[in-house]
Write a protein of this length. Structure first.
Length: 326
């Protein structure tokens, strides 16, 4: 038996319950891991609330990201072994002291990266990597806008994009978050509670607009994000923290300058083992070299996951948060 967070019915943070569950032995192609740290991500609230349906229905254990030690492996597993320090982004089930994971989702951790950093950066860091290096190839000629610049993905992306030579613009909701964003690569920071972000982007870019807008906010930033783009620019809608966009009008892309739009997910970019290894390797490289620093700004006991969710949705967190299984 092990302790885990379960969701028996979807709803608010109060539906998260801490209870004992059984853990099976790993089967073929699987590994049993003991978590040392678990990542908290906004996508976790989507599954908890029912916005995203859990693939196997109710009840379920939330969470897609963690770090720990391999306890045992099943038949056919060769690239990890008991005792290895590993991290992953994988199927639901991370909010537990121990769990079984498809072994092909595990990557071994370099000595330079500790477990809490790994647990807090895998989903957010690999998201930043695919956004900046695959969805759009950011470089010195790029001007970009990143919404939620003080969030977990935003703080990583700001540092990485600045290292790549881009002109990096970010939006935040408070002056404290603006200061945090500036310290993490953002040359221009817009407080959307005091400024019109579309007008400010036009000012910053001399009326030209951005090559790409990265938007994890959704309803509250649409269609303004489109108005921040150059003709033939790319709108990357990779989340919806303020709620989903209703009735997306494809014709707006033509009206606003023959724009491009995509709705990517990390899991599509790391589905193949080779792509997972390349993406994780790039992340480990920039973190190990100090190009990107991962600030663990909040820690909660796994048993306090409901409080962590409430703080995350209440915008009382910044950067990266981890749950500690105890």
């Amino acid at each position: 038996m092990t302790m885990a967070i379960l969701v028996h019915r979807t709803g608010g943070p109060d539906v998260l319950t801490y209870e004992k569950v059984s853990v099976a032995a790993p089967g073929a192609g699987e590994a049993l891991i003991r978590h040392t740290a678990i990542g908290l991500n906004f996508i976790d609230t989507y599954f908890r609330s029912g916005l995203y349906p859990a693939p196997n229905g109710l009840p379920f254990i939330p969470g897609n990201e963690g770090a720990g030690v391999v306890v045992a492996t099943g038949e056919g597993v060769t690239h990890v072994a008991p005792g290895d320090r590993v991290a992953y982004v994988g199927p639901l089930g991370a909010y537990a002291q121990e769990r079984v994971v498809p072994a092909d989702r595990l990557v071994r951790l370099p000595d330079a990266i500790d477990d809490r950093t790994a647990a807090g950066m895998m989903l957010k860091g690999m998201t930043a990597r695919y956004l900046l290096r695959s969805t759009f190839r950011v470089g010195p000629q790029t001007t970009l806008l990143f919404h939620a610049a003080a969030g977990g993905v935003g703080l990583i992306a700001g540092q990485w994009a600045a290292h790549l030579g881009a002109t990096v613009i970010g939006t935040v909701g408070s002056d404290d978050k603006a200061e945090l964003a500036r310290a993490h690569g953002y040359a221009h920071v817009i407080n959307y509670n005091r400024e019109n972000f579309v007008a400010r982007v036009k000012d910053i870019t001399g009326g030209k607009g951005c090559d790409v807008v990265y938007d994890s906010v959704g309803r509250d930033t649409y269609p303004g994000s489109l108005d921040c783009l150059k003709p033939r620019g790319l709108w990357v809608s990779f989340g919806q923290s303020s709620g989903p966009i209703a009735d997306f009008n494809l014709g707006l892309l033509a009206q606003k300058g023959s724009l491009f739009a995509t709705r990517p997910t990390l899991f599509s970019y790391i589905a193949a083992r080779a792509d997972l290894e390349e993406t994780a390797g790039d992340l480990f490289d920039v973190v190990s070299r100090g190009v990107v620093t991962i600030g663990i700004n909040q820690e909660y006991a796994l048993a306090d996951a409901a409080l962590a969710h409430a703080d995350l949705e209440g915008r009382r967190t910044t950067g990266t948060t981890v749950l500690l299984p105890g």
